[in-house]
Design a binder for this molecule. Structure first.
Ligand code: F6P
Length: 340
């Protein structure tokens, strides 16, 4: 009898999740004769034993679909809810796992999901993690799927801001996602020709930001594009973009406007690169299961697929190194990161 495996998608959704589900499932069914089910709504489905059978038909036609056919949630099974003194969820998970006679659970998610997957492996479950998030902040791998799609979406938006900024001689501030990491802002900022790029990993001086904007106009430029990561330092209860706009209004004679890109960065069909990466991650995860190698997260380094122990990954972040070569190159072309 082939193995019986389950897949779940947890945390924020992103383009490529269905490509990853397809990569795991089709490799399992076609190459290894495995039985595949999918828990709905992330770890909630595993706790409540809510699942669907993932057969060839169910996996057909989903490669290009945005979102996740399984749904997702931000359920954290090991986190005690307020007032709880005993956490019954890990016990329910083990019960689901045993009653369904599973050989492995493939957890597709971000750093929080990898932490939960590791804790489940300590409870005796066979698990494999697949790193997903538009933020690209999962420790232990060079790139997560979802990131390329988000950068493409953000870049296309920045491209569009140049023309309206020039028409009105404005400073356009665009806020992109990324949680506490600046990867999307850095990559989309450079790809979109941003003049100023603010990321959480580099402490910025708002006076220098405003002076750079004024200098541009003094030198005859008729616009400025400011790309900010949502996680930059700012006062409470004001968005990053609104804060930067307010300071430009206060400290310069230039007219600013803001765009908060939000959830469009997580929507729609995955880019070709994300389809490829998600497919590679999914197929590789299934090959690890076939070799009964568990407690690992699939990863990529230097374009080569591999895996890292979940215990080395869970709960850590992959943040932008301020000395990243792309930052150096951008600085050498006149892009300001707010610290010089
Ligand atoms: O982790 C992906 C992400 O989009 C972050 O960039 C963002 O800060 C967060 O999710 C938003 O969370 P939610 O979808 O719960 O609003």
């Amino acid at each position: 009898m082939g193995k019986k495996i389950a897949i779940l998608t947890a945390g924020g959704d992103c383009p490529g999740l269905n490509a990853a589900i397809r990569g795991v499932g089709k490799t399992a069914i076609v190459n290894h004769g495995m039985e595949v089910i999918g828990f709905t709504a992330g770890f909630s489905g595993l706790i409540n034993k809510e699942y669907v059978v993932l057969d060839a038909n169910k996996l057909s036609g989903i490669l290009t679909l945005g979102g996740t056919i399984l749904g997702t949630s931000r359920e954290k099974p090991f986190k005690l809810e307020k007032g709880e003194v005993f956490n019954y969820k890990p016990g329910l998970i083990k019960k689901s796992y045993e009653e369904l006679e599973l050989d492995c659970v493939v957890c597709i998610g971000g750093n929080g999901t990898m932490k939960t997957a590791h804790l489940l492996s300590l409870e005796g479950l066979n698990v494999i993690g697949i790193p997903k998030t538009i933020d690209n902040d999962v420790f232990g791998t060079e790139i997560t799927f979802g990131f390329d799609s988000a950068v493409s979406i953000a870049t296309e938006a920045i491209d569009r801001l140049h023309s309206t900024a020039n028409s009105h001689q404005r400073a356009m501030v665009i806020e992109v996602m990324g949680h506490n990491a600046g990867w999307i802002a850095l990559y989309a900022g450079v790809a979109g020709g941003g003049d100023i790029i603010l990321i959480p990993e580099i402490k910025y001086d708002i006076e220098k930001v405003c002076r750079k904007i004024e200098d541009r106009f003094t030198r005859g430029k008729i616009s400025a594009i400011v790309v900010v990561a949502e996680g930059i330092e700012k006062p409470e209860n004001i968005s990053a973009a609104s804060y930067i706009v307010s300071k430009i209004q206060q400290l310069t004679s230039i007219e600013p406007r803001e765009t908060r890109l939000g959830y469009v960065q997580r929507g729609g069909s995955p880019s070709a690169m994300d389809r490829i990466l998600a497919t590679r991650y999914g197929a590789y995860a299934t090959e690890l299961i076939a070799k009964e190698q568990y407690g690992l997260m699939v990863a990529i380094h230097g374009g080569v697929l591999g895996s890292v122990p979940l215990e080395e990954v869970g709960g850590k972040l992959s943040l932008v190194d301020p000395n990243h070569s792309l930052i150096t190159k951008a600085r050498n072309m006149g892009v300001l990161f707010g610290d010089e």
